[in-house]
Design a binder for this molecule. Structure first.
Ligand code: M6R
Length: 612
């Protein structure tokens, strides 16, 4: 979704750094971009619908001035189409302040009428311009931070905003209610961003703003106040991501780079947490000791998209290994139904970003209803991590490709560790069984690497070539691998725009079987034990109706029955989703590449969905 960057500097020029920041934020998804800088005469703005290159063209054409204070934005349209006029920053009637905004002002229509009645002419269709004019109005009799506070007090909705005032002593104020916003403390000045990645080229010391915070930035300090104007203390944190993580290196796409990082993600997320001696897992994060886990009788999983597929696997792992009942829901459904949360419930959110609006809302609802809250999350300092009673961090590093790959694998690894921890804490898993399970995890890395060899990729490419022209894909799986079928279908849809459906294989005969024909390819994730037998009959049934089958997994008999096979090393049932998903990620990647799609920035998608 939208991205914000900005700075006020002691030395150096801000424009280049802002453009670099916006480039880093491109991965979040956007349809227009803009910047504003402060000059002695006021504000100068450049904005353009389309990609960042368009904005850069405008900057060159207009010989846009550089400056030491500025704000920038990548917009993902909500109010009004993606046009130059609707792009941010917006400037107030007096030309004194510019505003960039992530979020939605819900009462903007009534505020717009009020402004129009005062004779203020609004130029765009956006809710943001309404807020900008309100700030401009308040500025007539107060300083910038107070004016921002007063304007925000009139607004209903959620926002992260950055406000720039021009003149000989430029000012920058930012505020947050909902979407993330942080301030970076660098030697050359103070940066702000909606995402840590926008500021880490300059500094790794950041202050994560909290809801209701209004921060006044100077080139050497930050003062944070609440909505009543009272100064509040916010500690800075050192983030351990490197600026180099934000580059593609030699890879043609972030997605391919991130798929290949998965063996490292396994190692970083798990190896230091393994207690070999005890056949157990130790988390540095608080909230996971035997005593902490003693009162948990059931788990409510909540997540969206790929993270929800990880939650499905988490359910199989926790129920199977720790015997704790797990219920699941789409976060977007959970937040609006009237759920029953039993005493002893742990609400477990899973999220790469820790900022997904639906997941946050669902987690807050679960807390209101009496649940203890926890999250499996990839971004330290994110809202979800800060608001949860306990957090379990995945160590996937920044994920830039919009289609989640390595974060998903990290979530599966974290879930496996959590299931073992729960099983050991509850006395359901013996020390020896814990050791066996951890040993299986330790030996997984070379098996993942086999699936990332050039030969295997060539093999997958061949399958992609033979199937890229079909009418659609059906992905089928059972048990712990049912969510892998869902994930395979989602990946393919997201980046290749081909129609794909993920289904529980046992449901095939209740409807989807009607779709089987020569131009409908089925990708079948094979199983273990009884599940393997069941999946074999699915393969036979599809083939009997003339449908081509691509089988993925370790079950030899299933692979032999299929037309095409993507063979995966055997690693036992509990870890099989981690290996099975890799060929599916590669298949989607290759099909999307053959079809000429924009793999890292698929149309209409945003990396982090921070609005409803
Ligand atoms: O940041 P989150 O993990 O909470 O994001 C959840 C979904 O929006 C995300 O997984 C989405 O489905 C991805 N595009 C999947 O590739």
């Amino acid at each position: 979704m939208c991205g914000i960057v900005g700075a006020i500097l002691k030395r150096g020029q801000v424009l280049q750094g802002m453009i670099e920041g916006l480039r880093v934020l491109e991965y979040r998804g956007y349809d227009s971009a803009g910047v504003a800088v402060a000059t002695a005469d006021g504000i100068r703005v450049a904005k353009k619908a389309g990609r960042l290159e368009g904005l850069e063209g405008v900057l060159v054409e207009r010989d846009f001035p550089d400056a030491q204070a500025g704000i920038g934005h990548t917009r993902w349209a909500t109010h009004g189409p993606p046009t130059d006029l609707n792009a941010h920053p917006h400037v107030d009637d007096s030309g004194q302040v510019a505003v960039v905004h992530n979020g939605i002002i819900e009462n903007y229509l009534e505020l717009r009428d009020e402004l129009q009645a005062k004779g203020i002419e609004l130029k765009s269709d956006t809710d943001t311009e309404v807020l900008t004019q309100l700030i401009g109005e308040e500025l007539k009799d107060s300083g910038l931070a107070v004016a921002v506070g007063r304007a925000l007090a009139r607004v209903r909705g959620y926002y992260a905003i950055a406000v720039l005032r021009g003149g000989s002593s430029p000012e920058v104020v930012c505020a947050r209610q909902g979407p993330p916003l942080l301030v970076g403390l660098a030697r050359e000045g103070t940066w702000l961003g909606s995402d840590v990645l926008a500021v880490i080229p300059h500094t790794r010391d950041v202050i994560f703003l909290e809801d209701g915070d209004i921060a006044e930035l100077t080139a050497s300090e930050v003062t944070v106040r609440d909505m009543e104007g009272k100064v509040v203390k916010r500690e800075s944190q050192r983030v351990d991501w490197e600026a180099s993580h934000t580059g593609k290196g030699q890879w043609p796409h972030f997605m391919l780079k991130e798929i290949h990082e998965q063996p490292d993600v396994l190692a970083h997320t798990s190896f230091h947490r393994i207690d070999e001696e005890q056949g157990d897992v130790r988390f540095d994060e608080g909230g996971w000791t035997d005593a902490d886990l003693a009162g948990i009788d059931c788990i409510q999983g909540i997540a969206c998209g790929t993270a929800l597929h990880a939650a499905h696997v988490t359910r199989s792992l926790i129920e199977g290994l720790a015997r704790v009942p797990v219920d699941l829901d789409f976060a977007s459904e959970f937040r609006y139904r009237d759920p029953i949360v039993r005493p002893g419930t742990l609400a477990l959110a899973i999220s790469q970003s820790g900022e997904t609006a639906d997941t946050l809302a669902a987690l807050r609802k679960a807390r209101e209803l009496g649940a203890r809250t926890a999250c499996i999350c990839n971004v330290a300092g994110s809202t979800m991590v800060r608001e949860s009673d306990s957090a379990l961090m995945t160590q996937a590093g920044p994920e830039i490709g919009v289609a989640s790959t390595k974060a998903f694998v990290a979530q599966l690894v974290a879930a496996y560790l959590l299931a073992i921890r729960l099983g050991r804490a509850r006395g359901v898993l013996s020390r020896d069984r814990g050791r066996e399970l951890l040993n299986d995890l330790r030996t997984l890395r070379p098996k993942m690497e086999q699936l990332l060899s050039d030969d295997f990729r060539e093999h997958v490419l061949g399958i992609a070539q033979r199937h890229q022209g079909v009418k659609g894909f059906l992905f089928l799986g059972r048990g712990i691998n049912y969510p892998i079928a869902l994930e395979g279908a989602l990946k393919l849809k997201e980046i290749s725009y081909m129609h794909a459906e993920g289904y529980a294989a046992g449901e095939m005969k209740h409807g989807p079987i009607a779709m089987i024909e020569a131009w409908m390819s089925s990708v079948v994730v094979t199983g273990h034990g009884l599940m393997a037998q069941k999946v074999r009959s699915n393969i036979e049934q599809i083939r009997a109706r003339g449908g081509p089958v691509i089988a993925v997994g370790a079950d030899r008999e299933s692979l032999d029955l299929a037309d095409e096979a993507m063979e995966v090393p055997d690693c036992g049932e509990w870890l099989s989703p981690i290996l099975n998903v890799i060929p599916l990620q590669l298949l989607s990647y290759e099909i999307a590449r053959l079809r000429g799609c924009d793999i890292d920035k698929p149309r209409n998608l945003a990396k982090s969905v921070t609005v409803e």
